[in-house]
Design a protein around this ligand. Structure first.
Ligand code: PMP
Length: 425
């Protein structure tokens, strides 16, 4: 495939935008080469600036679960845009989306909309601190909760891809309040809660991790976390930015059968427009301004275009929940296809999958946490990524990301993808 125009556009972008991109993982730094500039997309396909067609496995990193330019969502945005794009005053559609989200997700009474997953997680932690009157939080190595200061401590996703899991610019004062545990290792959490008794406001976790590849919690670990939080008066924050409205209408809480105290959302909830949200029971949400003392605000929060996209998306999912099953089946088909091919090759590999989240790791040890994910062979990953791309398959350009399938993918697309991996190796 030829990427001449993409490369030219990238060179131009680099003159005016740091690294030529507005979010680091978009650059192909981890895999080498120039990023591809997309012109438009429809369903499961990306059409780039050089006229190439690519089968998309990132779906804008998750939001476009029903495929690109999904008509009910586009129609809702267009209709809303004609009536004004922002007012800074309450609108009915904010309540419509809140009502629907609260009816779909277990264990929440109220939801506050923000503009990104980062904002959602940052605000959830502030709320937890305000509610409990405690300062420290526990996060897990390799989990990513956005680029707010308190989370850039052994962060996953782009932060680890670019070698900045602990970003300069985060003060020691902030860093000391974020304690670090290992995923799937309850003892590492208990050691922290023991040494910091009475000081921990919240434990924040990706209930199924997607930012060090896809990592599934053991039931002992996730149940143990819930019990520990209840016992110690610590709030359990489920970062469902990836899993929310992807694993099912009720997200990871429903899938795992575990109630969180605060839940954060992003991606699917905005249907491809910038929306994040955090939600909890009344008792906790009543601490939030203007009802309570914990301040949180946003000029464009609850923006009518964003709300209309989110409402159209969640309405579709709520009315057709079989889509989650269809997506999980497609992901399982891909998983089985990759397995059949890879086991005939002389390459160590692991495939992790949960619902419609999946990742391939080139290592011989099971990938259960950040340390085991980091063992993946990046040279093999680069060969895989570029080999797939050459055949028109667009995968996340980093081994630390989960793939996001969308329901517009056909079984023919999946077969092409499986044939492509066979050709690469
Ligand atoms: N939490 C998780 C689990 C995420 O995957 C992400 C983004 N990939 C975020 C938070 C941050 O969301 P945003 O990029 O919208 O700020």
């Amino acid at each position: 495939m030829i990427y001449k125009r993409s490369s030219a556009l990238f060179n131009d972008a680099k003159k005016y935008i740091p690294g030529g991109v507005n979010s680091p993982v978009r650059a192909f730094k981890a895999v080498g080469g120039d990023p591809i500039f997309v012109k438009e997309a429809k369903g499961a396909y990306l059409y780039d600036e050089d006229g190439n067609t690519l089968i998309d496995y990132i779906a804008s990193w998750g939001p476009l679960i029903l495929g690109h330019a999904y008509e009910p969502v586009i129609n809702a945005i267009v209709a809303k845009a004609k009536k004004g794009t922002s007012f800074g005053m309450p609108t009915e559609i904010e309540t419509d989306l809140a009502k629907l989200a609260v009816s779909m997700v277990p264990n929440i009474d109220k939801i506050r909309f923000v503009n990104s997953g980062t904002e959602a997680c940052m605000s959830a932690v502030r709320l937890a601190r305000g509610y409990t009157g405690k300062d420290k939080i526990i996060k897990f190595a390799g989990c990513y909760h956005g680029h707010s200061d308190s989370f850039l401590i052994q962060a996953g996703s782009g932060a680890v891809t670019f070698g900045s899991p602990n970003s300069p610019g985060v003060t020691q004062g902030t860093a000391k309040d974020t304690l670090l545990a290992n995923y799937n290792d309850l003892a590492s959490v208990k050691a922290l809660t023991g040494a910091n008794a009475g000081e921990i406001a919240a434990i924040i976790i990706e209930p199924i991790a997607g930012n060090m590849g896809c990592i599934i919690p053991t039931s002992e670990f996730i149940t143990g976390l819930r019990e520990l939080c209840t016992k110690e008066g610590i709030l359990l924050i489920f970062d469902e930015v990836m899993t929310g409205f992807r694993l099912g209408t009720g997200g990871a809480q429903e899938a795992l059968g575990i109630d969180a105290d605060i839940v954060t959302f992003g991606k699917v909830i905005g249907g491809g427009l910038p929306v994040g949200a955090f939600a909890a029971r009344n008792e906790i949400m009543s601490y939030l301004a203007p009802d309570g003392p914990v301040y949180q605000a946003g000029t464009l929060s609850g923006n009518p275009l964003a709300m209309s996209a989110g409402l159209a998306m969640l309405t579709q999912l709520n009315n057709n929940p079989e889509v989650f099953k269809s997506l999980a089946e497609k992901t399982e088909y891909l998983h089985n296809g990759f397995n059949t091919v890879l086991k005939t090759k002389d390459i160590p590999y692991q495939i992790n999958r949960y619902g419609s989240m999946i990742s391939v790791h080139f290592t011989d040890t099971p990938v259960v946490d950040f340390a085991t994910s980091a063992k993946g062979n990046n040279d093999t990953f680069k060969k895989y990524f570029h080999g797939m791309l050459e055949q028109g398959i667009y995968l996340p350009p980093s081994a630390f990301e989960s793939y996001f399938l969308n329901d517009a993918l056909s079984y023919e697309d999946l077969d092409k993808t499986i044939e492509a991996i066979d050709k690469v190796f």
